[in-house]
Design a protein around this ligand. Structure first.
Ligand code: NAD
Ligand code: MG
Length: 396
């Protein structure tokens, strides 16, 4: 058997990170964990390093470097400690690392994910925000480096599975008319506008079908998650904005669909467990066991589909507008949303103000272009400042 793939898991302590380590542990002949990262959870990171035999541990908050060294020693791990955003780059740059699971949350994941792509690693992309804010840059980098990038986000992984293998040659050439992303609708699918005003962080993070990190849980509740995913799909599959559509499907069994010219609609189905897309991305083009139970279709009561309500969930409309605007608008949208979601989780603004903070920020943000990392980071920084001002003025 070939030597095992050497894996770096960025965001190893998160929901996707731990699900990845669960799948990997089922295939010790196939995968070895070379390095793991976390932002500030030193104990969890040290414990995971000891468990997996990782050789490198990165704590991206540089203040926690000494804590990490102590925690690694206490946990009995021999992993080399690195810190800060540079530590993330150093990990993915290691020659031994063949595969990078990009599972950091937010724009903080962009630099190491882009570097892994430049270095032609096998990139498994969960960190949707990086594709949203730097889509054109990823496309040109992929063309130059020849890296393989496989989407882990369940909708995009479903689309990848339902598209023909040569889809990167162009959707039209494959007879594809539309990419249809399914949305669960989140925990407030049927809530009235006044109910939405009073939503608490605990309610917003209590997703009916998926067990996820707090930021993406809030994004799912506002439907910003689906908006970000539409932009992610645009760049992953080189789709025109009018080729992308969203349909609400509360059961989260059909993970997305591809509509072909001849009337065919191809979908991928499965239980809502991220280990399926993670295992698919890890092993593609092969298939490996993921630990996910088989889907029993006869046990399904019903599978429903309906149009999203863009009035009650304005974040979805804002994301479509940013996609149409192009340039740095998606980076501004994403940064404003990160600030607004954190302010909501910290009890500073109401749930319904998240969309208002994003809208106010987009109104005021300049146009920076998206040709380079510097342009994107300038748009990101400006939008964070604008959004923080809106939050502090409570006009959100
Ligand atoms: P999470 O909050 O559970 O974990 C995030 C991880 O990133 C943690 O390891 C944390 O330590 C690290 N991190 C946080 N802030 C960081 C920073 N500033 N710098 C570096 N590292 C940082 O999040 P998650 O739910 O696992 O989501 C991770 C990514 O995957 C997100 O982009 C999310 O949108 C995407 N995603 C998640 C799911 C899911 O089911 N959880 C599904 C699809 C896509
Ligand atoms: Mg998704």
């Amino acid at each position: 058997m070939a030597s095992p793939e050497q894996l770096a898991v960025l965001g190893a302590t998160g929901s996707i990170g731990t699900a990845t380590l669960d799948v990997v542990a089922r295939h010790p002949q196939r995968y070895q964990v070379y390095g793991l990262s976390a932002h500030s959870q030193v104990q969890e990171l040290a414990h995971l390093c000891q468990q997996t035999g990782a050789k490198v541990a990165v704590i991206s908050d540089p203040e926690r470097y000494q804590d990490l060294k102590r925690a690694l020693a206490a946990a009995g791990s021999k992993a080399r400690a690195l810190a800060g955003p540079e530590g993330l780059l150093e990990l993915v740059e290691q020659d031994q690392v063949t595969t990078v699971m990009a599972a950091i949350v937010g724009a903080a994941g962009l630099a190491p994910t882009l570097r892994a792509t430049e270095l032609a690693k096998r990139v498994l992309l969960a960190n949707k925000e990086s594709m949203v804010i730097a889509g054109p840059l990823f496309r040109s980098t992929l063309e130059h480096s020849g890296a393989t990038l496989i989407p882990v986000d369940s909708e995009h992984n479903a689309l990848f599975q339902a598209l023909p293998p040569d889809h990167q040659a162009g959707l039209a050439r494959c007879g594809v008319e539309q990419l249809i992303l399914t949305a669960s609708g989140g925990p407030f699918l049927h809530a009235s506008e006044s109910d939405l005003d009073a939503v608490t962080p605990a309610q917003a993070c209590n997703h009916p079908n998926w067990d996820m990190g707090r930021k993406i849980s809030v994004d799912s509740a506002t439907l910003m998650n689906k908006g970000l995913e539409v932009i992610e799909a645009r760049w992953l599959f080189n789709a025109a904005p009018d080729q992308l559509d969203v349909v609400v499907h509360p059961q989260s069994i059909v993970h997305s669909l591809v509509r072909y010219r001849d009337g065919s609609l191809l979908a991928q189905l499965g239980l809502p467990d991220m280990r399926t897309p993670i295992a698919h991305a890890l092993a593609w083009p092969e298939r490996i066991e993921s630990g996910v139970a088989a889907l029993d279709l006869t046990a399904m009561e019903k599978l429903e589909f309906h149009a999203p309500d863009r009035n009650r969930f304005p974040c979805l409309a804002l994301a479509f507008e940013a996609m149409q605007a192009g340039g740095s608008a998606a980076a501004s949208l994403n940064a404003a949303n990160e600030i607004a979601v954190q302010a909501f989780l910290d009890g500073e603004i109401a749930f319904t103000h998240i969309a208002r903070v994003v809208a106010h920020t987009l109104d005021q943000a300049g146009s920076h272009g998206a040709a380079s990392l510097e342009h994107i980071m300038a748009a990101d920084r400006e939008a964070r400042t604008l959004a923080r001002t809106v939050v502090s003025q409570r006009i959100g």
